[in-house]
Design a binder for this molecule. Structure first.
Ligand code: PMT
Length: 408
C-alpha cells in the first residue's frame, strides 16, 4: 500500500504555465490512493479549467473564498482542517510573496494561513524572478516559518530562457509528498552532516578551494530533518539558506570543519560527510598579500589536512558513518577503496568534472556497503537526498551482521 493511501492532500494551483503539470500531479496523487481537493486561484483558471481537476480528483474544485454551500460559509476553515498536507504547486512569485506577508485575500492564501497541517510550496517562475532578492527574501521568510520549499528545478523554461525556476516534475512532487506524510524514518536520531567546500588560505586575500556548491549536503540535511532527525549541518562557505529545523555551523577551512565536527560528534547517531574537504592546505599563510616576484614560476609548499571522515570512523563508540567519493574516473573501484581505507559503513560514489557533479545538476549516486551496491538516480539532488535517507534508515533498521551471528 502506498504511503499516500487515504491521506488528504489539498493542492493549491496558482497562475503559471506549470499549472498544466499540476493536472498530472493530481492524477498521480489519486492513483497513489490519496484524497485530493484542489483550490485554484483566479489566474490559475486562465491556464487550466477547473473541470480538468474535477475530473482527475473526483472532487469539486474550490475557487472562491465565500462558499455558500459550506456550513456557515466557512469553506476555507473546513478545507484547512480537512487537509493532512497543503501543497501549492505551481507556486508563482506573487503567491510566494503573499504567503510570506500573511495575506488572506483569496481562498488559497486564507487556507494557508488557517491550516495547522504541514505546508509545502513548489515554486515555478522565470529564472530572473526566482533569482530576484525580493523572491529570495520571501522564500527565506517562509522557510524559517517551517514551510517546505520543494525545488525549483533548473533547465529550459517556457519563456525561452534557461535557469533555475522550473517546477519540480509531478513524479518528484509525489515522492516529496510521500516523504512529508510518511513515517518519520529518522525520528529520535541525531544526524551530523558536513557540506560544501573548504577554503585554505594562502594569504589574507587568496585561498585554495573547489567547486562544491553545498547543494547535495543541504538537500540531505533538509531530508533528514523532514524524516524527524535532529540535524546539525557543518557547512563550508556557500550561499544557501538553512533548511527548516536544521542547526547550522559555518566554517571555512578543513581544520575549522574538523573542530566543529569534533564538538558535535559525541551526540551523533549518524555522520554524513558530504563536504568536499581540501586534502591539503598551504604550509604557511602569508600575513600580507603575496607580491609578484621577478621569477617565472613559484612552488607552493602544501601540508596535509586532517581526514575528518577517517577520524570519525576510527572512534569507538562511533556513529553510523556515511562518506562520499567524488571521482573523475574508475568511480566504483575508487569509491570502494576509499570506503575500506576510511572505514566508513557506507560510501556514496558520484562522478565529478566540468559541468558534472557540482552545483545544480542532475546526478547519480552509487551506494556501496558490506552487502553490495545500489544505484540512485539520475535525479536532482533533492530526490537523491530523499532516497539516500531512506537507504540509510533501511540499513539502520536491518539487523547487523553481528546481530545475525554472521562472520564477514
Ligand atoms: O556541493 P555540491 O555542488 O552539491 O556537490 C556535491 C559533491 C560532489 C561535493 C558531493 O556529492 C561529494 O561527492 N562530496 C565529497 C567530495 C570529496 O571530497 O570526496 P573525496 O573523495 O575527496 O573524499 C572522500 C570522503 O572523505 C568524503 O566524504 C569527504 O567529505 C571526506 N573527507 C575528505 C578529505 C578530508 N580531509 N576529510 C574528509 O572528511
Amino acid at each position: 500500500m502506498s504511503g499516500l493511501a487515504e491521506r488528504r492532500i489539498l493542492l493549491g494551483v496558482t497562475g503559471g504555465i506549470a499549472a498544466y503539470k499540476a493536472a498530472e500531479f493530481t492524477r498521480l496523487l489519486t492513483k497513489a490512493g490519496a484524497q485530493v481537493r484542489v483550490v485554484m486561484t483566479r489566474a490559475a483558471q486562465d491556464f487550466v479549467g477547473p473541470l480538468t481537476f474535477q475530473a482527475l480528483s473526483g472532487e469539486k474544485v474550490h475557487t472562491d473564498l465565500l462558499d455558500p454551500d459550506a456550513e456557515a460559509a466557512m469553506g476555507h476553515i473546513e478545507l484547512a482542517r480537512w487537509a493532512d498536507l497543503v501543497i501549492v504547486a505551481p507556486a508563482s512569485a506573487d503567491c510566494i510573496a503573499r504567503l510570506a506577508h500573511g495575506h488572506a485575500d483569496d481562498l488559497l492564501t486564507t487556507i494557508c494561513l488557517a491550516t495547522e497541517s504541514p505546508l509545502a510550496v513548489a515554486p515555478a517562475m522565470n529564472q530572473v524572478m526566482w533569482a530576484h532578492p525580493a523572491t529570495a527574501e520571501n522564500v527565506e521568510r517562509l522557510r524559517t516559518r517551517g514551510v517546505t520549499i520543494l525545488g525549483p528545478a533548473s533547465g529550459d523554461q517556457a519563456c525561452g530562457e534557461t535557469g533555475s525556476g522550473r517546477m519540480r516534475e509531478p513524479a518528484e512532487l509525489l515522492g516529496d509528498c510521500t516523504e512529508l506524510l510518511g513515517p518519520r524514518l529518522l525520528a529520535g536520531q541525531h544526524v551530523l552532516i558536513t557540506a560544501g567546500p573548504t577554503r585554505e588560505a594562502l594569504d589574507p586575500v587568496r585561498y585554495l578551494s573547489n567547486h562544491s556548491s553545498g547543494r547535495m549536503g543541504f538537500a540531505i540535511a533538509a531530508s533528514a530533518a523532514r524524516a524527524g532527525a535532529r540535524v546539525t549541518l557543518v557547512s563550508g562557505p556557500v550561499e544557501r539558506s538553512t533548511p527548516a529545523g536544521v542547526e547550522r555551523i559555518d566554517v571555512d577551512s578543513a581544520r575549522a570543519m574538523q573542530t566543529a565536527v569534533e564538538t558535535h560528534i559525541d551526540a551523533a547517531d549518524i555522520f554524513i560527510a558530504t563536504a568536499a574537504v581540501a586534502d591539503y592546505r598551504p604550509s604557511e599563510v602569508a600575513e600580507r598579500k603575496i607580491k609578484k616576484g621577478d621569477e617565472d614560476g613559484r612552488t607552493l609548499a602544501l601540508a596535509r589536512n586532517p581526514d575528518i571522515l577517517a577520524a570519525v570512523c576510527a572512534r569507538s563508540p562511533r556513529p553510523y558513518c556515511v562518506g562520499f567519493a567524488a571521482e573523475t574516473d574508475a568511480v566504483a573501484e575508487n569509491a570502494q577503496a576509499k570506503r575500506r581505507s576510511k572505514g566508513a559503513d557506507l560510501i556514496c560514489a558520484n562522478t565529478v568534472g566540468a559541468g558534472i557533479g557540482f552545483g545544480d545538476v542532475e546526478s547519480t549516486l552509487e551506494l556501496f556497503d558490506d552487502h553490495g551496491s545500489v544505484r540512485l538516480g539520475p535525479a536532482d539532488k533533492e530526490t537523491l537526498a530523499r532516497e539516500l535517507i531512506g537507504a540509510i534508515a533501511e540499513r539502520l533498521s536491518a539487523p547487523s551482521r553481528e546481530q545475525r551471528n554472521e562472520t564477514p
